[in-house]
Design a protein around this ligand. Structure first.
Ligand code: DOR
Length: 444
């Protein structure tokens, strides 16, 4: 791998943007200085482009094992590095589900062979695997995931006594999908009576309603407060839930945290008309008012991280009536360009974007030596050109499923290079020479 010198770059890191050179040696960043010379190093002249810490995505579904017609660890992690994501945490709703330590280790072994980005996996809590949860090594996996509302994969955990025991017996971050099942079932029955299976998709946010989200997340947060659990609510989608979170203490001191995803920051219910089931997600994309409140909470730090919930399904699967079309869509390749578009629109600063997509996932999950551009840290880096417009089209989509909800969108910013542990994993549309990904480690 040798030494790589990145010259004339604008570093975005720890609330600053500054001009610098950066020297990588092997898998690490060894020097950050205004002017570095190293004739033996391979030199990349960044020519004023912007260097960010590699994005850490705390919620992806890469579909392996068992659902590999939708995506697999190799294909989706490759798309991730094309989008500047250098580390991911994958979810347990695969086939079989990741609900035993053996299954968890099988995923790690598979990722070690095939992943382009650094990897970790969440362990799925169920109504009956508390003993396995207790045996997890807290420094070796990201944490526990609970589906407190059903979604792809039937992993609903609904035994309240068990949920309380999991909250009381887990030191790691417990991440949850929060949607109230009874409310959803009642709403679905109402629309089914009217439309049968062919319910217009625009009713999805009224079936998987704001009320369903709030009921579930507020209840789980109350339990986290009672038990002292370290609790992280995945993919907030409503304005009303944002008031459940605090911004008067630093992230390091928070015991209850929140994530928002790209699709809930980008789309709103008016988009169902043009995009149909392609933007059917759980939780549902809601109103423009909800989206504004999510942005507000993100920018005032009630929401801590931005993630993707990358969840590919084939176009064939999506092309079905409402009740048969699965929820979820692919996002890892386009998350950073989409958020950089919001920077161009004046919605978010580069520093804040880096805080929410790089620093905070590292802090929240206590990931070792990643998420920041610091000497001695792993050289997980993404170089972006803020002014090189390009259009998302089938010809440049890297997902195995071959489609994107962003198709035809023109993004102003482009990822040009992605380094994973000092290795150039992606360069200008190409993946020059293999993989160098590692299992994430944690400092807990
Ligand atoms: O829309 C979603 N799709 N939400 C989830 O929580 C799961 C995901 C999937 O795995 O398809």
């Amino acid at each position: 791998m040798g030494r790589v010198l990145i010259k004339n770059v604008n570093i975005v890191n720890e609330n600053r943007v500054f001009e610098s050179d950066v020297l990588l040696d092997g898998e690490s960043i060894v020097k950050i200085d205004r002017s570095i010379s190293d004739p033996m190093a391979k030199t990349i002249d960044a020519n004023g482009r912007y260097l960010l810490p590699g994005i850490i995505d705390d919620q992806v579904h890469f579909r392996e094992p068992g659902l590999t017609h939708k995506g697999d660890i190799a294909s989706e992690s490759r798309a991730a590095v094309a989008g500047g994501i250098t580390s991911f945490m994958e979810q347990p709703n695969t086939v079989p589900q990741t609900t035993t330590i053996d299954k968890l280790e099988e995923k790690f072994a598979r990722a070690a062979e095939t992943s382009f980005a650094n990897y970790s996996f969440l362990f799925g809590g169920t109504n009956d695997n508390l003993e396995e949860i207790k045996r997890l090594d807290k420094n070796a996996c990201s944490g526990v995931k609970l589906f407190l509302g059903s979604s792809t994969g039937n992993m609903l955990v609904d035994d309240e006594a068990v949920i309380e025991k999991i909250f009381r017996n887990t030191e790691m971050v417990i991440s949850a999908h929060c949607e109230d099942e009874t409310t959803i079932k009642r709403n679905l029955a109402h629309y089914k009576e009217k439309y049968g299976d062919d319910i217009p998709v625009k009713y999805h946010p009224l079936i998987r309603s704001a009320e369903a989200c709030y009921l579930s997340s507020s209840k789980a947060i109350a339990l986290a407060r009672k038990t002292g659990a370290r609790f992280h609510v995945f993919h907030l989608s409503t304005g009303i839930e944002t008031d459940l979170f605090r911004n008067d203490i630093p992230l390091e001191e928070k015991k209850i945290t929140a994530e928002v995803c790209i699709h809930h920051l980008w789309f709103s219910d008016v988009d169902y008309e043009s995009k149909g089931t392609l933007i059917k997600w759980n939780p549902a994309v809601k109103t423009g008012g909800d989206r504004s409140k999510l942005w507000e909470a993100l920018l005032d730090d009630r929401i801590d991280v931005i993630a993707t919930d990358h969840a590919p399904h084939t176009l064939e699967e999506k092309d079905n009536v409402y009740t048969q079309a699965p929820s979820g869509g692919p996002l890892v390749q386009h998350a950073l360009p989409a958020m950089l578009q919001k920077y161009h629109e004046g919605v978010i600063s580069l520093e804040k974007l880096v805080e929410k997509m790089c620093h905070n996932p590292a802090k929240l999950f206590q990931i070792e030596k990643r998420g920041f551009i610091r000497e001695g840290y792993y050289a997980d880096l993404v170089l972006v050109d803020l002014n090189d417009p390009w259009q998302v089209s089938k010809s440049n989509i890297a997902y195995k499923c071959g489609w994107s909800p962003f198709e035809e969108t023109v993004f102003k910013s482009k990822v040009t290079h992605t380094f994973v542990n000092g290795h150039l994993a992606y360069e200008e549309g190409k993946f020059p020479g293999g993989r160098n990904a590692k299992r994430l480690t944690f400092n807990r």
